[in-house]
Design a protein around this ligand. Structure first.
Ligand SMILES: [Zn+2]
Length: 308
C-alpha cells in the first residue's frame, strides 16, 4: 500500500513548478511545447489522426509509450519505422482529432540500466521477485523514457507533460529517466474533466508521480512510503487541485480552509470515475496535510481496486 511522503520538502517540488512557470512564460500553454529532439515530419507528410484507442477513454492522451520492438510490430509504423528504433520522443506526423501533435515515445529497454544506474542517473533496483509471477503488475517495467532538458515539456496528454512525473531528485543530472503508463494519464484527465463538470476548479498538480526505487526507499519505514509503491511502476500520482497555482490544494468545498476535507472531495470525484470506468481501477486514498505538504489524494491504476 502506498503511504504518504512526509519527507518531501518544498524545494524539489518547486523545481518542476519553476520549470512549468518558465514554460508558461515562453510557450503560452502546451501547443508550442513539443519536443526539441527526435524526428519531425518536416511539414512533408500529411497529418494523420492517431488511432482512436491511443487517445484513451478520456480522448485526451497525446502519446504512446512503447519499446522500439513493440512499436515496430505495429503496422502503422512498418513503412517509417527506422527513427523509432532510437529511444526518444518522435513526432511522425500523427495528430489528435483537435489537430495537436501526437507523440511516439520510444523507450530505452529496462536492460540498459546497469547496477542501478542508467547513463549517469541513479535509479536503484526494482524488487526482484517471485511475486512478479503472482502479480504481473509488479514485474519490472519494460523500459524508461529518456527525458532531456529539451523534451521534458512534451505533452503526454492534454494537461500533463513528461516533467510533471519526474522523480524529484538529482536536479543537475540529465538525462533523467521516467516510467509512465498512459492509463494513469487517462484517469487523471477523466478526473480533471469530472471536476470541471461539477463546476469545481479542475487543474490537477502532480505532487509526486514516478519515483525511482532509490528515491522511494528514502521514505520507506519512517511512516512514509510503501516498499512496493505503485509510484515505482509509473502508474501512480499524488495529486491536488491547484487552480490558483499556489502549490497547495485549493479550497474545493468552499469552507474557507484547506483541509483533508478538500482531499476527501477530490477522492469522491475520483471514486465516481472508477465506478464509471472499471478498466482504470486502482488505489485511491485521501491524505491530510503534514508539515511537509498540504492535503492530497493518491491515485493509481494498478488494475484492482485498493483503498486504505
Ligand atoms: Zn502516492
Amino acid at each position: 500500500m502506498a503511504l504518504p511522503t512526509p519527507r518531501m520538502k518544498s524545494s524539489p517540488v518547486l523545481w518542476c513548478t519553476v520549470l512549468i512557470i518558465a514554460l508558461i512564460g515562453t510557450a503560452a500553454g502546451t501547443s508550442g511545447a513539443g519536443p526539441a529532439s527526435g524526428t519531425s515530419p518536416g511539414g512533408q507528410a500529411p497529418a494523420r489522426e492517431a488511432p482512436g484507442e491511443w487517445l484513451g477513454l478520456s480522448g485526451r492522451l497525446r502519446a504512446i509509450i512503447e519499446t522500439p520492438t513493440g512499436l515496430l510490430q505495429n503496422p502503422l509504423f512498418r513503412a517509417t519505422s527506422s527513427p523509432l528504433r532510437t529511444p526518444g520522443v518522435h513526432d511522425v506526423g500523427l495528430v489528435t482529432p483537435k489537430g495537436d501533435p501526437f507523440y511516439i515515445l520510444s523507450i530505452l529497454p529496462f536492460g540498459e540500466k546497469k547496477d542501478g544506474t542508467l547513463k549517469t542517473y541513479r535509479m536503484g533496483h526494482w524488487p526482484q521477485a517471485a511475486q512478479s509471477a503472482l502479480n504481473p503488475g509488479y514485474a519490472q517495467p519494460s523500459g524508461f523514457i529518456e527525458v532531456t532538458p529539451e523534451n521534458q515539456y512534451t505533452p503526454v496528454s492534454e494537461h500533463f507533460r513528461l516533467c510533471d512525473f519526474l522523480t524529484h531528485d538529482q536536479t543537475e543530472v540529465w538525462p533523467k529517466f521516467l516510467v509512465l503508463r498512459p492509463p494513469l494519464l487517462d484517469k487523471l484527465e477523466l478526473l480533471s474533466e469530472a471536476l470541471r463538470r461539477r463546476g469545481l476548479p479542475s487543474r490537477l498538480h502532480v505532487m509526486s508521480g514516478f519515483r525511482t526505487p532509490r528515491y522511494n526507499a528514502l521514505g520507506v519505514g519512517r511512516g512514509g512510503r510503501a516498499s512496493h509503491s505503485r509510484h515505482m511502476y509509473g502508474d501512480a500520482a499524488d495529486v491536488f487541485v491547484d487552480a490558483d497555482r499556489d502549490n497547495m490544494m485549493d479550497d474545493l468545498d468552499g469552507d474557507g480552509k484547506v483541509t483533508v476535507k478538500d482531499a476527501r472531495l477530490l477522492y469522491a470525484v475520483a471514486e465516481a470515475i472508477e465506478e464509471q470506468y472499471p478498466r482504470l481501477a486502482g488505489g485511491l486514498s485521501p491524505y491530510p496535510a503534514t508539515s511537509a505538504h498540504g492535503p492530497f489524494v493518491h491515485v493509481d491504476v494498478r488494475g484492482v481496486r485498493a483503498r486504505w
